[in-house]
Design a protein around this ligand. Structure first.
Ligand code: FES
Length: 90
């Protein structure tokens, strides 16, 4: 079963100001996108437990758990390569 729905939407995501950016729903049950997971990671979420508490991802059918973990790991790797300056977070 295809769990990932990729939407190309004319939207502005919370971190980018980039119109026409595609969004991917990771958790269909709770309508959680990859962008929301990346933003949570940028704000300190460091585990699936954090994501479950903050976004409710993977708290219904659970089929999205592997994908959510992958997005979390990718986000953490990206933050490691390109850390957010402290002044940008204040
Ligand atoms: S798709 Fe995430 S809990 Fe069902």
């Amino acid at each position: 079963m295809l769990l990932l729905i990729i939407l190309t939407a004319t939207m502005i995501n919370s971190s980018g100001n980039q119109p026409n950016e595609s969004l991917m729903f990771v958790c269909v049950c709770n309508k959680v996108t990859d962008g929301q997971i990346r933003e949570a990671c940028e704000n300190g979420a460091s585990s699936m437990e954090c994501l479950k508490k903050q976004l409710k991802v993977a708290t219904c059918c659970g089929r999205c758990q592997d994908c959510a973990k992958r997005v979390l790991r990718e986000s953490q790797a990206e933050l490691y390569r390109n850390p957010i300056p402290l002044a940008a977070t204040a």
